[in-house]
Design a protein around this ligand. Structure first.
Ligand SMILES: [Zn+2]
Ligand SMILES: [Zn+2]
Length: 340
């Protein structure tokens, strides 16, 4: 494939560094791009990641999640084997990084998951020029163009105004999405207390320690109907769970890039779909590929075919990796449930 990066059953592997990137099975040495469960797994020997990703892994898996944790801050370079490794903001969730593997001959960037839209809860995506760019394609179809977050928040606040006697219950993944919804609501001027399902508390607390302003938050605890007219956040799986019945007849909302697809919203039991994605949309996938200047594009997971086709039409060599073990990177109900 390339002398810097190959594909193994465990995932992407850099032979010159003897390290896997986001491996789906336990390996000796891993570079982890971000804390989502499909990229960050427990049980590796050594783990190289940003300090925040290491903290998030410790919060989710316990402090013994790997043999040896090695923090590498954004922009620092570490020689691993015969490769210079550095991490650069991916704009996806707090601590998320693109890994640059540089040799004198070649620059390879593994972007993990990334987005270009502004997000008040994490460092903005940093463009890194390279020869080979490894990209996701979660929303790799031209139909996916994410609206601005402010527009979706206005939709929610309007509903809260119209249905002021009902609790507004919002399903959002525990890492990244929940905190982003809260921060976007604050940016839209909502300054009342926001109530949290217990499974969201730990990571919201962690974001606060990292300087992300989430405003007043409280755990739902035993409360139910007394939260009429308030905003309550929970993991997506709880929207249609017995737990939600305590609020009487809530307005159910779900925040995800998939809310563009009506069937997905219905399947999630979301009456009010909020299109809020932590992944690049079609426009940004194409723009990013162009801006990196990379001649070779590898597409890891998602809708690979359309993006590979687009790359070829635009004079780049592209290959779908059809990697298994990665979902849309947001499906974290199980992790959230385990943490509650
Ligand atoms: Zn992710
Ligand atoms: Zn992913």
């Amino acid at each position: 494939m390339s002398d810097v990066l190959t594909l193994t059953p465990e995932g992407l592997f850099c032979p010159k560094a003897q390290a896997h990137i986001d491996p789906v099975r336990p390996v000796e040495r891993a570079i982890i791009t971000h804390g989502h469960a499909d990229h960050a797994r427990a049980g590796h020997g050594a783990v190289l990641a940003t300090p925040q990703t290491l903290d998030i892994m410790a919060i989710r898996y316990g402090t013994n999640f790997c043999g040896q944790a090695q923090p590498l801050s954004y922009g620092e370079t570490l020689r691993v084997g015969s490769v210079d490794v550095s991490l650069h903001p991916a704009g996806h969730v707090l601590g998320s990084a693109q890994a640059l593997l540089a040799t004198p001959a070649k620059r390879t960037v593994v972007s993990g998951d990334y987005k270009r839209h502004a997000d008040p809860t994490c460092a903005p995506f940093e463009l890194v020029t390279c020869d080979t760019f490894v990209t996701e394609a979660t929303f790799g179809l031209p139909v996916f163009r994410h609206p601005p977050a402010s527009q979706e928040m206005r939709k929610l606040l309007k509903s809260l105004e119209l249905f002021s006697s009902q609790t507004h219950l919002i399903g959002a993944y525990a890492l990244g999405k929940a905190q982003r919804v809260i921060a976007e609501l604050r940016a839209a001027g909502y300054d009342k207390t926001i109530y949290l399902h217990g499974a969201l508390v730990k990571l919201c607390d962690y974001y606060k320690t990292q300087g992300v302003d989430l405003g007043p938050l409280e755990t739902v605890g035993r409360r139910g109907k007394e939260l009429a007219g308030e905003i309550v956040m929970c993991p997506p799986g709880q929207l249609s769970d017995r737990w939600a019945r305590r609020f009487g007849d809530p307005v159910t909302a779900m925040a995800s890039g998939w809310m563009r697809v009506r069937a997905r919203a219905r399947q999630r039991g979301a009456e009010l779909p909020l299109i809020l994605s932590d992944h690049a949309d079609w426009t940004d996938l194409c723009r990013t590929i162009e801006e990196t200047g990379a001649e070779h594009i590898w597409v890891t997971h998602g809708a690979e075919e359309a993006l590979v086709h687009w790359c070829e039409l635009n004079g780049r060599k592209a290959r779908p990796l059809n990697m298994i073990g990665y979902d849309d990177g947001e499906d974290e109900d199980l992790v959230a449930a385990a943490a509650s």
